[in-house]
Design a protein around this ligand. Structure first.
Ligand SMILES: CC(C)(COP(=O)(O)OP(=O)(O)OC[C@H]1O[C@@H](n2cnc3c(N)ncnc32)[C@H](O)[C@@H]1OP(=O)(O)O)[C@@H](O)C(=O)NCCC(=O)NCCSC(=O)/C=C/CC(=O)O
Ligand SMILES: Cc1cc2nc3c(=O)[nH]c(=O)nc-3n(C[C@H](O)[C@H](O)[C@H](O)COP(=O)(O)OP(=O)(O)OC[C@H]3O[C@@H](n4cnc5c(N)ncnc54)[C@H](O)[C@@H]3O)c2cc1C
Length: 602
C-alpha cells in the first residue's frame, strides 16, 4: 500500500507523461480528457483542462485567451480553479478573498483577509499548479463589485517555489485510499500579492487604468459559466461510473451461486433471485438512461455556447437549470447505486480487488463538488417557480419546460393505464411524469406565495429532472437503433427506469392524483415482469458497455468470469503476505503466548 507521498509522486509521473503525450500528439481537450479517463486518475490534468482552460475561454478577452491559452495548451503552465474557500463553497457571493485595485501601480492587490478566506479544496493547488484562476471580491475606488476571476501565478517556473506572499499546501488526506488521495487539493493564503491589472479576466467586466469599473454587455451569470460546463461533463462521468459498477455486479451475480441446489445439483445464480433483480436492474436501466441524457445535455451545452457567441443569452437559464439538475440527480443516484452494488456482491464487494470501494470513493464527492446537490436542486426550483409565474401570465414555456404550457390538461388528466400492459405505453408514462412534475411545481408556487421560502421546491425539482431523463430515454428509442433485438431490450430498460421511479416516488404520484393506488400496483406488477424479461440478456447488456478488464479493475467483474482464482491471486499480492510470520509477532504476540503458556503449566 503506497503512502500518500508515494501515491502522489506516482500520479504526478503518470500525469506528466499524459501531458507530454498530449503536447507531442497535439491532442485536443476532448482527446486529453479521454486520455485522463484511460489513466483513470482524477489528477492535475482534470482541473487544468476541465476548469482552468474553460474559465479563461469563458471569462477572458480574446487577447487574454491568446496569451494564456497558448501557454496552457503547451503545458508551459499548469492551472487550477481556485474559487472555494475554508468558509464558503456553495455561496460564491460570500467569498472573502479581496482584489483591490491600486491605481498608483496599475495592479490588483490579492489578499486573504481572514482565516475563512483561505482558498481551500482546489484540485492541484497544493503542490502541482503553477497558476490559478482565483475568484475574489473586486474592490476599486473603495467600492466592492462582488466576485470576479483573476489569473495568478502561484509558483516560480524556475524552481516551483511559492511566490512571495503566497502560503500554499495540501489540505490533507481524503475519504478512500486511492485516486482522490493522489490529488493535492490545496490550501492557499495570500498576503497582499500584487498582480498586473490585465490579469483580471475582463470579458464580463473590466477596470480602467484610472480604476473605473466598467460592466460589459454580457450577463454577470457568465461568471458561473465554467461550472455549467463541468456539470454537463459530470453527467457523462456519472453514467460511466454507474455502468462500471453495474457491469461488475451483474457479471458477478451471474457467477455467484448460493443455495437452491436440488439433489446435489448446482446452486442458484444469485442474479436469478427476484430481490437481487429488483435492487440491481433499476441501476442497469439508470446507466443507459444517464448515458442518453448525458448525450443530449452535451448537445444542449454546445447549442447554448454557440448562441452565447452570437450574444443570444436566451437559453442560459435553461442550460443552468438542466446542468445543475441533471448533475445533482445523476451523481446522487450513482453514488447510492455504487454503494448498493458493493452490497449486491456480498463480502467480496467490500474487497479493494472488487474495484467497488475505489469506484465509490472517487464518485461520492461528485455529489458535492461542482455544487452541492441540494443547493443545485434549489436552483432548479427557482427556475421552475419563475416558469410557473410566466405561464400564469400567459407566456408559453419552451425547451424542457414546454410541458408546463399544457397546464389545463396536465392539471386534471387521469392516467389512461387500466392494465399491466398499458404501462408499456411510452405516451402514458410520459404524461404521468409530466403531470407529476407540473402539479408539484404549481403546489410549490402556491405554498411559496403563502409562505416564501428559499428551500421550497426541492421535490418539484427532482420530479422535473426525472421527467427530463425519462423523456430523453423515450426520445432515444424513437431513433433508428442498430442491432437485432437491441431496441426491444432498451425499451424494457426504459420501462424499468420509469416504473422503478414510480415505485420509489409513489407518494408523489398518488398525492398529486396522477395515478391511483391500483395503477401504482399495476406498475409494480409490470416492473416484476420486466425484471424477468431482462434477466436473460443482463450480462449481454453490461458486456455492451465494452469495458476492458483493465479499465474495470475488478476481480469480480472479469469478462472471463474466472472470479475465484482472481480473488485468490489478488490476495497474495497484499504486502501483509510478504512474510508468513507477520511483523510484530516477536515483539507483541510471542511474549504473550509464551507467558500464558508458562502460566498454564504452573
Ligand atoms: C448557488 C449559486 C448558483 C447562487 O448564486 P448567487 O449568484 O449567489 O445567487 P442566485 O441564486 O440569486 O443566482 C443569481 C442568478 O444567476 C443565475 N445563475 C446562478 N448560477 C448560474 C450558472 N451557473 N449559470 C447561469 N446562471 C446562473 C441564477 O439562476 C439567478 O438568475 P435569476 O434570473 O433567477 O436571477 C452559486 O453560489 C453557485 O453556483 N454555488 C455553487 C458553487 C460551486 O458549484 N462550486 C464549484 C467550485 S469548483 C469545484 O468544485 C471543482 C471540483 C473539481 C473537480 O470537478 O474535480
Ligand atoms: C473532492 C473535491 C474537489 C473539489 N475541488 C474544488 C476545486 O477544484 N475548486 C474549487 O473551487 N472548489 C473545489 N471543491 C469545493 C466544492 O466545490 C465545494 O465543497 C462545494 O461547492 C460545496 O460547497 P461547501 O463545501 O461550502 O458546502 P456547504 O454549502 O457548506 O454544504 C453543507 C450543507 O449545507 C447545505 N446547504 C448549503 N446551502 C444551503 C441552502 N441555501 N439551502 C439548503 N441547504 C444548504 C448543503 O446542502 C450541505 O448539506 C472540491 C470539493 C471536493 C469534495
Amino acid at each position: 500500500m503506497l503512502s500518500r507521498k508515494e501515491l502522489f509522486k506516482d500520479t504526478l509521473k503518470k500525469a506528466a507523461h499524459a501531458w507530454k503525450r498530449t503536447v507531442e500528439l497535439h491532442l485536443t481537450e476532448e482527446e486529453a480528457n479521454l486520455l485522463r479517463l484511460y489513466i483513470d486518475q482524477p489528477g492535475y490534468v482534470d482541473l487544468h483542462w476541465v476548469m482552468f482552460v474553460p474559465a479563461i475561454k469563458g471569462q477572458g478577452t480574446e487577447e487574454q485567451q491568446k496569451k494564456w491559452l497558448t501557454m496552457a495548451y503547451k503545458f508551459q503552465i499548469i492551472g487550477t480553479y481556485a474559487q472555494t474557500e475554508l468558509g464558503h463553497g456553495s455561496n460564491v457571493q460570500g467569498l472573502e478573498t479581496t482584489a483591490t485595485f491600486d491605481p498608483s501601480t496599475d495592479e490588483f492587490i490579492m489578499h486573504s483577509p481572514t482565516l475563512t478566506s483561505s482558498k481551500w479544496w482546489p484540485g492541484g493547488l497544493g503542490k502541482t499548479s503553477t497558476h490559478a484562476v482565483v475568484y475574489a471580491r473586486l474592490i476599486t475606488e473603495g467600492k466592492d463589485y462582488g466576485i470576479h476571476g483573476f489569473i495568478m501565478q502561484l509558483r516560480s517556473l524556475d524552481d516551483h517555489s511559492p511566490l512571495p506572499g503566497i502560503t500554499i499546501g495540501d489540505i490533507g488526506g481524503k475519504f478512500g485510499s486511492g485516486a482522490y488521495n493522489s490529488m493535492d487539493n490545496g490550501v492557499m493564503r495570500l498576503d497582499h500579492v500584487r498582480i498586473p491589472r490585465d490579469q483580471m479576466l475582463m470579458r464580463l467586466a473590466q477596470v480602467t487604468r484610472e480604476g473605473k469599473y466598467v460592466h460589459s454587455d454580457v450577463p454577470k451569470q457568465l461568471l458561473y459559466g465554467t461550472m455549467v460546463y463541468v456539470r454537463q461533463t459530470i453527467v457523462a462521468d456519472a453514467s460511466r461510473a454507474l455502468s462500471r459498477a453495474v457491469c461488475i455486479a451483474v457479471r458477478y451475480g451471474a457467477i455467484r451461486k448460493q443455495f437452491g441446489s436440488k439433489a446435489g445439483g448446482p446452486e442458484t445464480q444469485v442474479l436469478n433471485y427476484k430481490t437481487q433483480q429488483s435492487r440491481l436492474f433499476p441501476f442497469l436501466a439508470s446507466a443507459y438512461a444517464f448515458r442518453f441524457v448525458g448525450q443530449w445535455l452535451k448537445w444542449l451545452y454546445t447549442d447554448v455556447t454557440q448562441k452565447l457567441e452570437s450574444k443570444d443569452f436566451s437559453t442560459l437559464p435553461e442550460a443552468h437549470a438542466c446542468t445543475a439538475g441533471l448533475k445533482s440527480v445523476t451523481t446522487s443516484a450513482t453514488a447510492d447505486a455504487i454503494e448498493e452494488c458493493q452490497k449486491l456482491c456480498g463480502g467480496h464487494g467490500y474487497l479493494n480487488s472488487s474495484g467497488l470501494p475505489e469506484l465509490f470513493a472517487v464518485n461520492l464527492p461528485a455529489c458535492t463538488y461542482e455544487g452541492d446537490n441540494v443547493v443545485l436542486l434549489l436552483q432548479v426550483a427557482r427556475f421552475l417557480m419563475k416558469t410557473v409565474s410566466q405561464v400564469a401570465s400567459g407566456k408559453q414555456p419552451v425547451g424542457t419546460t414546454a410541458y408546463m404550457g399544457n397546464i389545463q390538461h396536465l392539471m386534471q388528466c387521469k392516467s389512461v393505464v387500466n392494465t399491466v400492459e398499458d404501462w408499456l405505453n411510452p405516451a402514458a408514462i410520459k404524461e404521468v411524469f409530466e403531470a407529476r412534475a407540473l402539479r408539484m411545481a404549481v403546489n410549490c408556487a402556491q405554498n411559496i406565495s403563502k409562505a416564501p421560502s428559499q428551500e421550497e421546491g426541492f421535490e418539484a425539482a427532482v420530479a422535473h429532472v426525472q421527467l427530463i431523463i425519462v423523456t430523453k430515454f423515450i426520445e432515444k428509442l424513437q431513433e433508428d437503433i442498430l442491432g437485432h433485438g437491441v431496441k426491444e431490450q432498451l425499451q424494457k430498460l426504459c420501462g424499468i427506469y420509469a416504473l422503478h421511479l414510480i415505485h420509489k416516488h409513489l407518494g408523489d404520484f398518488l398525492s398529486t392524483g396522477c395515478v391511483t393506488a391500483r395503477q401504482g400496483s399495476l406498475a409494480n406488477e409490470r416492473l416484476g415482469k420486466l425484471y424477468a424479461q431482462v434477466r436473460p440478456n443482463a450480462v449481454a447488456l453490461v458486456d455492451a458497455f465494452d469495458y476492458t478488464d483493465h479499465y474495470l479493475g475488478s476481480a469480480l467483474g472479469r469478462y472471463d468470469g474466472d472470479v475465484y482464482s482472481a480473488l485468490y491471486k489478488e490476495a497474495w499480492k497484499d504486502p501483509l503476505n510478504e512474510t508468513v510470520v507477520p511483523d510484530g509477532y516477536q515483539e507483541h504476540l510471542r511474549p504473550l503466548l509464551k507467558q500464558q503458556l508458562k502460566l498454564s503449566r504452573l
